[in-house]
Every structure is written in C-alpha cells, then in structure tokens.
Design a protein around this ligand. Structure first.
Ligand SMILES: Nc1ncnc2c1ncn2[C@@H]1O[C@H](COP(=O)(O)OP(=O)(O)OP(=O)(O)O)[C@@H](O)[C@H]1O
Ligand SMILES: [Mg+2]
Length: 139
C-alpha cells in the first residue's frame, strides 16, 4: 500500500499547493518531467473546478485529494462536497461551461482527459463531485 490523503480549504492558494504536492508524490517513481507536468496540469484543472464551480469560491469548502501508487501507476481522486453536476456527460463536452464571460473556456475536462490515461467523473447535485484520474508513470 502506498497512499496519500490531503484535505484543504477551497482557497486559490491551495491550487498551486495541491498540484505541486501530487507532482512531488508521483515523482517518487521517477517518471519523465513531461509526465509530471501533465499530472500537475490535470490536478490543477480539477481543483480549480472544485473551488470555482463546486464551492463558488467559498473557502469554507473542503477539497479532499486521495492518491495511490500501485503497479507503476498513479491514481488521483479529487473530491468536493459542493453543488455537484446535474448532467456529467454534457459538462464533459468540449467548450461546455456554466460560467460564460468569466474567462472560462469550458476545456477543463478536455484537458484532464487528454493529459491523463483515464478520467472518470462521479457527481450528484447537492452532494458533490469526485474526479478520478490515472496515469502510468513508467511509460
Ligand atoms: N467540481 C465541480 N462542481 C460543480 N460543477 C462542476 C465541477 N467541475 C466542473 N463542473 C461543471 O462542468 C463544467 C465544465 O467544466 P470544465 O472544467 O470543462 O470547464 P470550465 O471550468 O467551465 O472552464 P475552464 O476549465 O476551461 O476554465 C463547468 O462549467 C461546471 O458547470
Ligand atoms: Mg474548469
């Protein structure tokens, strides 16, 4: 077993903290710098979504990050207990955003999917959202 759990408040400062923390954890298996950069980008997109969409920038919200290293692969789960997503399939489409005109381009999920090996999104309105992503570190 090799796991890591972090809980932080939904503060903008924790976006850079969490991307660095998960990047540093994954670095233990000596992936390429490009792989670490991909992971950091994907984590950053998911954490930003929890802050701006899940909690509407309310710093009382808690973001939980669970990581696991197993068989040369990183699994990272980013969860919030915020407002949730009514229709995940629609939300994951390229350019779909509910914050138009606020410098959101609707590409966060597109980026997570293209930078990681797999992406799953679990969400219920009023209960919150979990984004689960995997990345092979030995490729
Ligand atoms: N954690 C979350 N809680 C609630 N809604 C979310 C969450 N993550 C995503 N969403 C919803 O899914 C939509 C698409 O997310 P995505 O990250 O692809 O685009 P965006 O955040 O709107 O724009 P961008 O990421 O390009 O700045 C969001 O506009 C929002 O409605
Ligand atoms: Mg986003």
């Amino acid at each position: 077993m090799d796991t890591l759990t972090i809980k932080v408040n939904a503060l903008e400062a924790n976006e850079s903290f969490l991307r660095s923390a998960v990047g540093a954890y994954a670095a233990r298996l000596n992936p390429t710098l490009e792989t670490i950069a991909d992971i950091k980008t994907a984590v950053s997109e998911a954490v930003t979504n929890s802050i701006v969409h899940g909690y509407a920038c309310d710093p009382k919200g808690i973001i939980t990050v669970n990581c696991e290293l197993a068989d040369g692969e990183l699994t990272v789960e980013i969860s919030d207990t915020g407002k949730g997503i009514p229709d995940v399939e629609t939300a994951m489409q390229d350019f779909y955003t509910t914050l138009k005109g606020e410098e959101r381009s609707g590409l966060g999920f597109t980026i997570m999917k293209s930078f990681m090996d797999s992406l799953e999104v679990f969400s219920s309105p009023g209960e919150g959202t979990t984004v689960k992503m995997k990345k092979n570190l030995c490729a």
